[in-house]
Design a binder for this molecule. Structure first.
Ligand SMILES: Nc1ncnc2c1ncn2[C@@H]1O[C@H](COP(=O)(O)OP(=O)(O)OP(=O)(O)O)[C@@H](O)[C@H]1O
Length: 713
């Protein structure tokens, strides 16, 4: 009898059934452990793409509240984008209800810092009405600061632009380096040394960089404003110097932990200081923000900084067909390029069938490639008998510059499409104009807003007069707005030529907005009042051929304004007697606008369009069918070349092997967005700066072709 049982258990068929059953039990247990792991212990959940990381994180929050009775307001949940925060909020509402969710401190690192700095910023030397300076304004400031160095830099044959300097400043800040830290010391090697050959040139350039960085900081402080990196740095300062402001936090949970930089990691530690409890979820293989100083080693650091941290791996992919997963894993796990890195070995499997093999197609030119993509989308939709719609397709690009040919081809085939994160709502001129007035009404010191608003609509103040206003204000140690207000009120003499009459309407508008904002007028009404006062619609009609679209955007901003204040997070009252600051609805709205990221806005019928996105913007998303064009050397990986301007700015001075690894991960992220079908395409010739250049298949793919998880057509 016993022998029979043993035989039975050993039979191949039974073993297989038993293994499958035990595997899914183990998986369920692992998932459960991720959720139920004691909330007073730290936890790292490492998981591959499509393994349901967000689900575990939200379930864990719900479990802490419902099972352990934790106060929702003692939980902090951090995501990388507002979109991800909204997604998490929506899922949590279903589990614990809206009232509890509203108490959880849920948002991006930037949003959480901004909220606390608004209320307690005086403790770290800030005024509560600071303005958040976006990257466009930072670039304008740096452009101005760079100007006096033009002759010097060209005499040394050093070419550098404001965008590169902004990247370098941001890089320094994300590592916590101050302007003093970047001053060259004898024999020191700095980030710039990788970019410049001669040592003395390097030192001279680095000195210029340090000076510009220093002046940039001064300009921001004088304008009572913080850039995005400052929000994090001042946040660290606030929570580390005044731990009581973080004492409410019993547990912090961080999504996409692989993309945290040094400052964000420090912030997490400061917020978790009282409880030493943090749960992080991440996938080191999806770390794609190396150029923004994301630091994969934070996983290791956490093991030292958080005693008894446990590590759980989630290894089932719920998203993709088996063959897509196999191809993606082959791309990421090619050994040789990882020789000098410690890639954390993870396995990933799926219960989904193998499905069609990913298709690799080669074309003579990019036009043929784009035409194929358009043709194939139409063919698949027709063949699916209505199962697939345009919204089920995505074309994921290495960089935006490739999109033009694809967009053209889709248009010619009548395929509706949208660029994900491409039209950045808050970067549109009409939106910036409106915000500039409101920023000035809230913070009279914010110079970038003054320079923008003073002449919109045109008031006849030329560059010379504007320069005169700025320099006179500087001499008097007051803001430009205060100067023109004083001229308007005849407190100080007019300029020559006179500006008094020209600035009168501007001063009146600002004063009227300021007084309404102080009386608590809702931002949506403030915008209505502003456009009325300045005659903005008439101005658009006169100056812009597409004025109606722009006017619709203003209406959209009004909609956004009504929602933004309703969504504001509660900041706990720590010291009633201390000078904690009161937020105004205008301030809440301005903050929400400045922190709103690309892709946060979506239109109603976007679901019926083919998505075109960069691989970066596709992070966290999924589609049934994904096309990845230009899988070629020169794109995957990309090395510095003169044609791709935006990429040179994105990757200043990054080491090429680090870049290669980062781009391999980017291709991995792109491929793992696909649920049922994946197409990789490449061309043998591609136009670069107007000239055809021959192209080879990407080494990331050519090296895996022999094991053939792809169908090469
Ligand atoms: N336990 C589960 N059972 C079935 N489907 C699941 C489960 N968890 C997640 N999914 C589904 O799998 C897909 C991927 O989930 P999700 O986007 O949360 O994964 P992720 O780990 O955050 O992925 P990525 O890191 O690639 O963005 C989604 O369609 C989700 O609905």
């Amino acid at each position: 009898m016993a022998e029979d049982l043993l035989k039975y258990l050993n039979s191949a068929q039974t073993r297989c059934v038993f293994q499958v059953a035990s595997c899914s039990i183990i998986r369920a247990l692992i998932y459960r452990t991720g959720v139920t792991h004691r909330p007073d212990f730290p936890l790292q959940i490492l998981a591959g793409p499509g393994s349901g990381k967000t689900k575990v994180l939200t379930s864990r929050i719900a479990y802490m509240i419902l099972h352990h009775g934790m106060d929702p307001s003692s939980i902090c949940a951090v995501t990388f984008t507002n979109k991800a925060a909204n997604e998490m909020r929506a899922r949590l509402v279903k589990l614990i209800g809206k009232d509890s969710v509203n108490k959880v401190k849920l948002g991006t690192f930037h949003a959480i810092c901004a909220l606390f700095l608004r209320k307690y910023g005086t403790s770290v030397g800030l005024d509560g009405n600071f303005t958040i300076c976006d990257s466009d304004e930072s670039k304008r400031i740096v452009t101005k600061l760079l100007k006096p160095y033009d002759d010097f830099l060209s005499s040394k044959d050093i070419q550098v632009n404001a965008a590169t300097l902004c990247s370098l400043i941001s890089r320094a800040k994300s590592k916590g380096e101050t302007p003093e830290d970047v001053v060259p010391r004898k024999g020191s090697r700095h980030v710039l040394s990788k970019a410049l050959s001669s040592n003395s040139t390097n030192e001279e350039f680095q000195r210029v960089f340090a000076e510009i960085y220093c002046d940039y900081e001064k300009t921001l402080r004088k304008s009572n404003s913080l850039d995005f990196d400052d929000l994090l740095l001042f946040g660290v300062r606030l929570f580390s110097q005044h731990p009581r402001y973080a004492a409410w936090c019993q547990h912090i949970l961080v999504d996409e932990f692989q993309d945290t930089n040094a400052v964000q990691y420090k912030l997490m530690c400061c917020i978790a200081d009282a409880s030493r409890c943090a749960t992080v979820v991440g996938d080191p293989d999806q770390s794609i923000y190396g150029w923004r100083s994301a630091d994969i080693t934070n996983l290791g650091k956490m093991q030292n900084d958080f005693p008894n941290v446990a590590q759980i791996m989630l290894e089932q992919n719920y998203r993709s067909a088996g063959s897509i997963l196999a191809t993606s894993l082959a791309i990421i796990s090619q050994g040789e390029l990882y020789r000098h890195t410690s890639r954390i070995a993870k396995t990933l499997h799926t219960d989904h069938p193998l499905g069609p093999l990913p298709m690799l197609r080669s074309f003579p030119t990019e036009h043929d490639e784009a035409a194929f993509i358009a043709w194939e989308i139409n063919r698949m939709i027709a063949q699916s008998g209505g199962m697939l719609g345009f919204g089920d397709f995505a074309v994921l690009l290495r960089f935006n510059a490739i999109s033009r040919t694809i967009e053209n081809a889709l248009r010619m085939e009548g395929i509706p499409n949208r660029m994900l994160g491409g039209h950045q709502f808050f970067e549109r001129a009409e939106i910036k104009d409106t915000l500039a007035y409101l920023q000035l009404a809230d913070n009279p010191h914010f110079e970038p807003a003054f320079s923008r608003a003073i002449n919109i609509p045109p008031r006849g103040i030329g560059d010379k007069s504007l320069g005169e206003i700025l320099s006179r204000a500087q001499k008097l140690g007051i803001s430009s707005l205060t100067l023109v207000e004083r001229i308007n009120d005849s407190i100080i003499p007019d300029l020559k030529p006179s500006v008094k009459r020209k600035v009168q309407s501007f001063v009146n508008v600002i004063r009227s907005l300021r007084s309404s904002a102080t009386d608590g007028m809702e931002p949506a009404q403030l915008i209505g009042k502003l456009v009325e006062l300045v005659g903005y619609q008439e101005y658009l009609k006169k100056s812009q051929p597409d004025w109606d679209t722009r006017w619709e955007n203003i209406q959209e901003l009004i909609n956004f304004a009504s929602d933004a204040t309703a969504d504001a997070l509660n900041v706990p009252v720590v010291d009633e007697d201390e000078s904690s600051l009161q937020d105004t609805p205008l301030r809440q709205f301005l903050q929400a606008s400045m922190l709103s990221s690309a892709g946060d806005q979506s239109n109603e019928n976007d679901d019926e369009k083919v998505s075109i996105a960069t691989c970066h913007a596709a992070k966290g998303l999924e589609w049934p069918v994904v096309f990845v064009p230009a899988v070629e050397h020169g794109t995957f990986p990309f090395y510095r070349s003169d044609d791709i301007h935006e990429e040179r700015q994105a990757y200043p001075f990054i080491h090429s092997s680090a870049l290669t690894r980062s781009i391999r991960r980017l291709l991995y992220v792109a491929c793992t967005r696909a649920q049922t079908s994946l197409y990789l395409t490449h061309t043998s010739k591609r136009k670069v700066a107007g000239v055809f250049k021959s192209r080879d298949l990407s080494e990331f793919i050519s090296k895996i072709c022999s094991n053939s998880p792809v169908r090469y057509v």
